[in-house]
Design a protein around this ligand. Structure first.
Ligand code: GTP
Ligand code: MG
Length: 204
């Protein structure tokens, strides 16, 4: 799929105020600083459409971007940032939970994980919640430029093994580097396939 147009639409803290759910939508989620915003920029080939930062906690709201006038990419705030207070964390959980559970045009979510880490409990717990809510998800490994090819292979295999303990069918996994601009096409292909199954008429 070619990206002809990618534009920022709006930022919200409430899912009710998001754009009308008349186009298929894909949300990027994961721990703070994992590279969600960078990956979105890489996918749409724009340097700073989504705001990135070396400091965790940069993305604070539900950010909608419209692609090719046909679908939405959503950049979400990260979880697991140690420096936030309990009340901040609860606010985050409510905002993200309400969005994920109620957004009817959400085709799937992409859960991002840093390829350098072993499977982390908060990520696994988050995936379990998605599974229980019936929200399809795929895994995107980020920052692959930080490892050598054989290390990438080992990390992916170890992650798949861990997931196989929990899931009957291991979710689809993608390896990416926003830095090196790698791993873009398979993700766009997955999105294109989902786009083909979207029918706004089925939304109530
Ligand atoms: P929050 O919005 O704070 O939750 O973070 P985020 O997940 O959106 O991460 P962001 O895209 O802002 O990137 C965080 C840091 O990781 C930045 O310093 C990026 O430059 C860096 N980064 C992101 N992707 C990659 C990558 O593929 N390779 C390398 N080496 N660094 C990356
Ligand atoms: Mg971000």
């Amino acid at each position: 799929m070619k990206i002809q147009e990618a534009k920022y639409v709006m930022s919200n803290s409430e899912y009710e105020k998001c754009p009308p759910p008349d186009m298929p939508e894909y949300a990027f989620i994961g721990r703070s600083n994992v590279g969600k915003s960078s990956l979105i920029n890489m996918l749409v080939e724009k340097k700073s459409l989504a705001k990135t930062s070396q400091q965790p906690g940069k993305t604070q709201l539900i950010n909608h971007f419209q692609i090719n006038n046909a679908w939405y990419l959503v950049d979400l705030p990260g979880y697991g940032y140690a420096k936030v207070s309990k009340s901040e964390r609860e606010k985050w959980e409510k905002m993200i939970g309400d969005y994920l559970y109620n957004r009817e045009n959400l085709m799937c979510t992409f859960v991002l994980v840093d390829i350098r880490h072993k499977a982390l409990v908060p990520d696994l717990e988050f995936m379990s919640e998605l599974g229980q809510a019936g929200i399809p998800f795929h895994i995107i490994f980020t920052k692959a430029d930080k490892l050598k090819a054989y290390q990438i292979e080992a990390q992916v295999a170890a992650y798949a093994e861990k997931l196989a303990e929990i899931w009957e069918v291991v979710p689809q996994m993608f390896v990416t580097s926003a830095e090196k601009h790698e791993g873009r096409d398979p993700i766009l292909l997955a999105i294109e396939t989902y786009n083909g199954t979207f029918s706004p008429g089925s939304i109530e």
